[in-house]
Design a protein around this ligand. Structure first.
Ligand code: FMN
Length: 171
């Protein structure tokens, strides 16, 4: 297969300086939700997954990682808001660093793309808007093994998180 080289001699395997990080190549792991973090703990399966994808000077972005217990819109996504989760992430980061790779955590709160089955006590999802998600957006919370159950659960309207409440909830 012919190697693809740009007019400037840059290809996927050319080094790249990304702010303070010196990447050895340009093959990056995009963030991909894997639904493998049982009870939201990024365990051994994730450590193995990220380690397998680590290379010297490579760059990885983690799957979307919940910043609170109201953030998820898929089952078994990892969190990073409890001590136990942070400790589990440290093992993953160490495994990635041991291979010489760089990893960024993708923080997420899915807002109105959540569903009450992912919320504490089955409450309404918290969003920056009180407008319902579009039909195509409903796909995100119906995907995964809960989809059959979800189609039986009546949809709850959003809890609109107004800006003054956002300030109140910040530490
Ligand atoms: C299984 C799967 C899970 C994904 N999970 C996330 C995610 O957690 N966060 C995110 O920003 N994008 C997620 N994406 C989107 C990918 O990061 C990527 O942007 C998308 O697949 C388009 O890539 P492409 O432009 O190379 O086709 C996911 C994609 C797939 C296929």
């Amino acid at each position: 297969m012919a190697e693809s080289i740009s007019p400037m001699g840059i290809n996927l395997f050319s080094p790249f300086k990304m702010a303070n990080f010196n990447l050895s190549h340009r093959v990056v792991l995009a963030p991909m939700t894997r639904c493998r973090a049982i009870d939201e703990i990024p365990g051994l399966a994730l450590a193995e997954y990220y380690k397998q994808r680590s290379t010297q000077g490579g760059f990885l972005i983690t799957e979307g990682t919940s910043i609170s217990n109201t953030s998820a819109g898929f089952p078994h996504v990892p969190g990073i808001y409890k001590e136990e989760q942070v400790e589990a992430w440290k093992k993953i980061v160490d495994a990635v660093h041991d291979q010489g790779a760089i990893i960024f955590c993708q923080l997420w709160h899915v807002g109105r793309a959540s569903h009450q089955v992912y919320q504490p006590n089955g409450g309404s999802p918290i969003s920056s808007t009180n407008k319902a998600i579009s039909k195509s957006g409903e796909f995100s919370y119906q995907k995964g093994h809960l989809s059959r159950i979800l189609s039986l659960v009546p949809w709850k309207p959003m809890k609109f998180l107004r800006w003054w409440r956002i300030i109140v909830v910040q530490p």
